[in-house]
Structure formats: C-alpha cells, structure tokens
Design a protein around this ligand. Structure first.
Ligand SMILES: *Cc1c(COP(=O)(O)O)cnc(C)c1O
Length: 420
C-alpha cells in the first residue's frame, strides 16, 4: 500500500497535490511519502516480530537521502551500509552505531578503521583475505572487530542477473562448503570477535523458495560452526524481498509470508536475527514526477518525450525494469506509446508499446515505485543536473535535496594551468 492517490481528479502524495510540488520545485523531481515509509517499516517489523527481537537494518544503498534515513531511524531501524559514505550518512541521520552492519566485497583498510573507531554491530566479511586485513587494522587500533562471514549458499535467486548475488560464481560471500575453513582461519586471527553468519542472495526476489533454501543451508552451517566451537550469536538474513512494479503481474510474496517462513526455519537457531530490507521499505514510497515535453510522432507508436531521463532513473536501461507511468490528472482515454527521455542514447527509453492514460505536451506524469535504487543512481550524464528530492508528510512538503545548479556542475571541472 502507498499514499499516492487521485483526489479531485489530481494525483496526490498524502495531502499534497503533485502539481503544487512541480510548480514549486520544477521537474523532474523525486517525491517521497513519509507515511508510506513508516507504514512499510511497521509492516516489516510486525512480520518478523515472531522471531524475537531482531535488528532491522535498512539497506542504505536503496535510498541514502539523509531525510529518508532520519525518518527510518526514528522508526527504530538500523542501517546496512556498504561504504564509509553510507556509514557516515547513517550516523549523521541518527542511527546508533550498535544498529549498523557493514557489508560489501571491497572494504578498504581506511573504511574498516573509520567504522571500528565509530562503532558498529558487525562487519560482514567476504573472504579470509578481508578477515586478515580486518584483524590487522583492529589490532593496530587496540580494538576487536565484531565479524560474520557472508556465506554464498549457491542458490539461484531467480531474479535479474545483475541483482542476483547468491550463485556459486558470483563475487559475493565465501562458498558455503569452504565456510568452516574460513571460520577456523578467522578464529586464529588476533583481533576478531567471530560472532555471526550472514547471507544475502539477491534483490527483487519474487519467490520465497530460494530464500528458504539459502536459510536452510545457513541453519545447518550454524550447527556445524557451534560443533567446531564457534560462539555464533547473530544470523543476518539480508534483504531481497521483491515489490510489485507491474500492476498486471502477480504480486510477490509479502512481508507476512516471508516472516512466517523465517520464523519456521530459524525456530531453533538461538541467535539474534538481522534483516536488511531496502527496496521493500522505500520503493513504493516514491515517485519520479516529470513533465511531458512533447509527443513526437513515430513510424510505429508515438514517442512521449518526458523531461526525466535515464540519468534520473536508470533502472529501465540498467535492468530492463518496469515502472508504471501514470498521468497526474488522469482522464478516461488511453493511448499506446513509447515513453522516452531526452538523452542521446536509445537506452534512454522508459517503456515501449505502453498503454497508459493519455497525456500531451505540458502534462505531468509519474513513474511509480521510484523510491528505491532510483535517485541514488542519478548521474549528470548529458550535463543534466542531479535530480532533486522532496519529502511529503501529511499536507507539508520539503525539499530534501536541492536540484543541482548548472553553474555548480560546470564549476566542478578544473582547467589545468596550461589551458588557463
Ligand atoms: C542490496 C543489499 C540489501 C538490500 O536488498 P533489497 O533487495 O533492497 O532488500 C541487503 N543486504 C545487502 C548485503 C545488499 O547488498
């Protein structure tokens, strides 16, 4: 459920009519609903409540805006971070260090040091080589690093290949059949506190079976690790639950089904669980609001050229992702068109042969389900300024990221002295 609904013929975000935001901030602009984010956080918390007192660590990479993080921090969510930039954003937004998990395949010594000094619940390590560096860094600081290994359970997550992470040949995690050796090696290192296991097999998962299979393997591993004398107190089950993008497709399993499956599989694990949902919390809480520049006749379907482009919303060109596109002032008629941005690449196409509500030049449209992996992937390709973001709460809205100034964009380039 989200809080984007038509009222009086105009699409609103909570109590705010979207044309008011377009008039105040311009387009394209991301618009987030506080009530939707808060609701999703609560629904997820309720769904996993039967597993004890888990940590729900929001995957910051899905939407790292400080206002989004602060909203979720107030709901008691922690943060799953994958870089020192994300770590610092989480701290700045008020996430307590003991609710932070540091994931990622390429943590540097500088990142390890920063997070060790600032504090965190756990580093999820991805190799023995990384464990060795972690121990050396912690030892130098006179600290102990709380760690888990991210296990690669070798399951097919059945999602887009660019967001599947749990296959044997992927770059992520340690192969499950080498896990016991990795833990043995880590135990011999001086400055590690080996406290957990972690797994994350991919994103936008629309089937619980691969998750259940991965968690089953992790459960078996926890038993083997304990037999080998490791004191395993945390199990991080990652994120990955999919959200509905296309209204005409069957909905993915919801948080309640997921929570029931997890409670069943983990009933006798005797650990504190950690969850790292990203997309599930924020995807449906955001839209990308854009204006139609013109409709260009096509040899086939016409082209609706909007002022948002692949630099603002990369998912369609990166993952062939589907976003529902709706007029902000819906009428009764429909049209079948291609929806494209102004960028000089054929990949700058949001939809082909899409049947949607009729719009023309100057009309506003929204790309739905654009709260996750959207604004954060924006670039300045084609020298387009970074997209602004707005947060709505009830009948108020605030700019939570200003539109980048073109002057600033140009001024960021530095001429070498021989061209000065
Ligand atoms: C991306 C990521 C997540 C979040 O995935 P979602 O599909 O957005 O829930 C969680 N954990 C790790 C390690 C990730 O890389």
């Amino acid at each position: 459920m989200d809080h984007f609904e038509v009222s009086g013929g105009v699409l609103h975000c909570e109590g705010v009519a979207l044309p008011a935001i377009a008039a105040a901030v311009g387009t394209p602009v991301y618009v987030y609903s506080t009530a939707t984010m808060v609701r999703h956080a609560q629904v997820f918390r309720d769904a996993v409540a039967a597993t004890g007192d888990p940590l729900i660590a929001f995957a910051v990479k899905a939407n790292p805006n400080g206002a989004v993080l602060a909203t979720l921090a107030r709901e008691g969510l922690g943060a799953d971070v994958v870089s020192i930039g994300e770590y610092r954003r989480a701290i700045a937004a008020g996430v307590p260090p003991e609710r932070i998990i540091f994931s990622g395949v390429g943590k540097t010594a500088a990142e390890m040091e920063y997070a060790l000094r600032g504090g965190l619940l756990q580093f999820n390590l991805e190799s023995v080589e990384e464990a060795e560096m972690m121990s050396a860094v912690a030892d130098r600081l006179g600290l102990r690093a709380p760690v888990a290994f991210r296990i690669n359970p070798d399951v097919d997550a059945r999602t887009h290949k660019k967001i599947a992470t749990g296959g044997a040949l992927s770059k992520f995690g340690v192969p499950i059949d080498e896990a016991l050796d990795c833990y043995a090696a880590a135990r011999d290192l001086p400055a590690l506190d080996v406290q957990g296991v972690a797994v994350h097999i991919g994103s936008q998962l629309t089937d619980l079976a691969p998750l259940e299979s991965a968690f089953g393997k992790v459960g078996t591993l926890i038993g083997e690790l304990r037999e080998a004398g490791h004191d395993i107190r945390f199990a991080d089950l990652g994120g990955g639950l999919g959200v509905p993008y296309d209204r005409d497709m069957p909905h993915p399993p919801g948080p309640a089904e997921y929570g029931a499956m997890v409670a069943r599989i983990t009933a006798d694990w005797d650990v504190r669980l950690v969850f790292e949902p990203g997309r599930l919390i924020v995807a449906n809480a955001g839209v990308l609001l854009s204006e139609v520049i013109r409709v260009k006749p096509g040899v086939g379907d016409d082209f609706v050229v909007v002022d948002a482009a692949m630099n603002d919303l990369m998912r369609p060109s990166l993952y062939d992702a589907y976003h529902a596109i709706d007029p902000v002032r819906p009428g009764n008629s429909q049209m079948t068109v291609n929806v494209v941005g102004p960028i000089c690449e054929s990949g700058d196409t949001f939809a082909t042969g899409r049947t949607m509500g009729t719009v023309g030049a100057g009309d506003l449209v929204v790309f739905r389900t654009a709260g996750a992996y959207a604004a954060t992937m924006a670039s300045t390709y084609n020298s387009r300024p970074l997209t602004p973001e707005v947060m709505v709460s009830g009948d108020r809205f605030a700019v939570i990221r200003e539109r980048q100034d073109i002057e600033a964009l140009i001024a960021a380039d530095v001429l070498p002295e021989w061209l000065g």
